[in-house]
Design a protein around this ligand. Structure first.
Ligand code: FES
Length: 98
């Protein structure tokens, strides 16, 4: 199942990349919101090979860590998407940042 947007005010599109693939979100989206609407639920893979994505959705659990070029590891659920962001899925780094 893919997330969908609720009706609301018009917002300008924002371009970003995920592992080199060009994607589009909307101004005001969090990284997580933009990825969910694009059908992407997994943002990292633990050292045990398990996929992780949103859990709490409010910045508490740290399950949604994603690499943001120039900024390091960020929580996708509380980080606002910005034009030109370069995102990479994290792999093999365990449940919390080292
Ligand atoms: S989903 Fe829990 S911190 Fe982002």
């Amino acid at each position: 199942m893919t997330a969908r947007r609720l009706p609301g005010p018009e917002r300008p599109p924002i371009g970003f990349t995920l592992d080199g693939a060009a994607m589009t979100g909307l101004a005001g989206d969090t990284i997580a919101a933009a990825l969910l609407v694009a059908g992407i639920r997994r943002v990292r893979i633990t050292s045990a090979g398990e996929g992780r994505g949103l859990w709490c959705g409010m910045g508490v659990c740290w399950e949604c860590l994603i690499e943001v070029s120039g900024e390091g590891t960020m929580r996708a659920c509380v980080t606002e998407l910005r034009e030109g962001m370069v995102l990479r899925l994290r792999a093999g780094t365990g449940p919390h940042p080292a």
